[in-house]
Design a binder for this molecule. Structure first.
Ligand code: ADP
Length: 485
């Protein structure tokens, strides 16, 4: 059998370290790019400048040597070599050294230079040779070669310029880059420290407050004077969540208190009357019937309460799916109104204005529950005249149901709250229909699940009108109804 492997907690990295690494990486990338670009540019610039310098020196020398006496050649070459900081060589076409006359150092090197120059010119067409100015670029130096006419004799002039300065400069830049990288590392360390402190401190602060909230302290408000907009937004969201959780928590507590209270009252009555029957009225048939009826009534009340609680939890948990059918709304409404018929003997006037044969497409059972709860409330809360008006009228689109009472009305600030679970306005009210305090919540849940618009218009002291706008049945569903549903 395979063992249940425990999931290892994911390793987390501190914000400080991440920030430091980011800063460091950023600084290093920047320095590397900068060094590479800088080196490349300096190199290119220096090399092309040296080539231009060689060409210029070569051009000047070519003119001067042609014009002047061959005896002055050495002096001219020496002065030009100094002026342009280049090394100059003059060879006869068959390889004799004209300048320097006695080459110092390694003789082979001069010979190799001659061979190199000669090789380059040998490769050219003879008519191009005299005018040609050849420029060569090597890793450590650049060279220039041309043919000059000295005392009516053609010679090879070769100039070279070393890149020693450039190499030195490149090394210096490399060192500077290394030092800058080191400084950047230190700076990244310091800056990331400050930045992470600026971020982590408020984050820790918010976390602490969130923990307080989790412990049930809804008063731990989230301040919104942080430097970062995102943290202020988070605070706003948490403040909102906190107020919503606190409301739900309050409602939950109220619900439990109210439900247990409403369970307790009938249970106490049942126990008291059962004891009374056992001890006193058992042998008195009239009293016994009266007491037994009270027990039955209270049991009904308990059952209704339990049913309402179950209904609401089913509706709100989303277990129940709405089974829509097309049905005759007018007939069903008459059916519900008739259930309240017994109240006419107690002086209630239930006036109806119901158009016949109005259809809708909804859950039939749940719609009946909506009618029952709204009419029951109207009867419970209507005024001294004890009258209630029930209307069902065809609208341009859909069917409007209205139940109007002449009671105390609902203050505007309570219009939204009456739909909440177990909301009851402070007043105690004598009601002919027993309410669980969940009636309007069930109405709201049912209609919202259907997507049916509903609401209440109320004026304090004058009464209320609860309304629901039922939809017309869709065309395809209408035909199934016509075929005998
Ligand atoms: P219950 O009527 O059992 O208290 P409901 O959920 O049906 O529970 O109603 C919630 C609250 O809304 C009532 O306690 C009452 O304060 C208010 N309410 C409902 N219907 C009316 C009405 N027609 N007129 C005035 N107030 C009403």
């Amino acid at each position: 059998m395979q063992k249940n492997r425990r999931k290892r907690p994911k390793r987390t990295i501190g914000l400080n370290l991440i920030l430091w690494l980011c800063f460091l990486l950023f600084a290093i990338i920047l320095i590397v790019i900068f060094t590479v670009v800088q080196n490349y540019q300096i190199n290119e610039h220096y090399r092309s400048r040296e080539k231009e310098n060689l060409c210029e020196a070569g051009g000047v020398l070519k003119q001067e040597l042609t014009k002047r006496d061959p005896a002055e050649a050495s002096a001219i070459l020496l002065s030009a070599a100094n002026r342009y900081s280049v090394s100059a060589y003059l060879f006869s076409l068959n390889g004799e050294f004209i300048f320097p006359v006695k080459p110092g150092g390694n003789n082979d090197e001069y010979r190799q230079t001659f061979e190199f120059v000669k090789g380059k010119f040998d490769g050219l067409d003879s008519d191009k040779k005299e005018k040609a100015q050849l420029v060569f670029s090597f890793e450590t130096y650049a060279g220039y070669a041309t043919i000059v006419n000295l005392g009516n004799k053609n010679c090879y002039l070769y100039l070279s310029s070393s890149f020693d300065h450039l190499i030195e400069m490149t090394n210096d830049t490399l060192w500077m880059s290394l030092v800058t990288a080191l400084l950047a590392t230190v700076l990244a360390f310091v800056v990331s420290g400050f930045v992470s402190m600026a971020i982590t401190k408020p984050v820790t602060d918010v976390t602490e407050r969130a923990k307080e909230l989790a412990r049930g302290n809804y008063e731990a408000g989230f301040t919104r004077n942080y430097f970062f907009t995102e943290l202020n937004q988070l605070s706003d969201a948490l403040n909102y969540a906190s107020s919503e959780i606190s409301k739900t928590d309050k409602m939950q507590k109220e619900l439990i208190a109210n439900v247990s209270h409403d369970f307790k009252t009938p249970l106490t009555m049942i126990k008291a009357y059962a004891a009374m029957i056992a001890e006193i009225s058992g042998n008195d048939p009239v009293k016994r019937v009266k007491h037994t009826q009270i027990i039955i009534d209270e049991t009904d009340r308990l059952t209704a309460l339990v049913e309402d609680v179950l209904d609401l939890s089913k509706l709100q948990s989303g277990i129940e799916t709405i089974e829509r059918t097309v049905f005759n709304l007018s007939e069903d409404l008459y059916g519900v109104v008739n259930r309240f018929g017994f109240l006419t003997s107690r002086g209630y006037k239930i006036e109806t204005d119901i158009d016949d044969d109005l259809y809708t497409y909804a859950s039939r059972e749940r719609t009946g529950q909506v009618f029952y709860n709204l009419i029951g409330n109207a009867i419970n809360y209507t005024g001294e005249d004890m009258s209630v008006v029930i209307r069902l009228k065809k609208k341009e689109s859909g069917v409007r149901f209205e139940v109007i009472d002449t009671g105390r009305g609902i203050p505007p600030e309570q219009v939204d709250t009456i739909w909440q679970r177990y909301y009851r306005s402070g007043e105690t009210h004598k009601r002919p229909i027993k309410g669980s305090g969940l009636g309007l919540s069930i109405v709201e849940s049912v209609l919202k699940k259907h997507g049916i618009p509903f609401g209440v218009q109320s004026e304090v002291g004058k009464g209320s009108c609860f309304w629901v706008d039922f939809p017309d049945p869709p065309e395809d569903e209408k035909s199934t109804e016509a075929n005998g549903d």
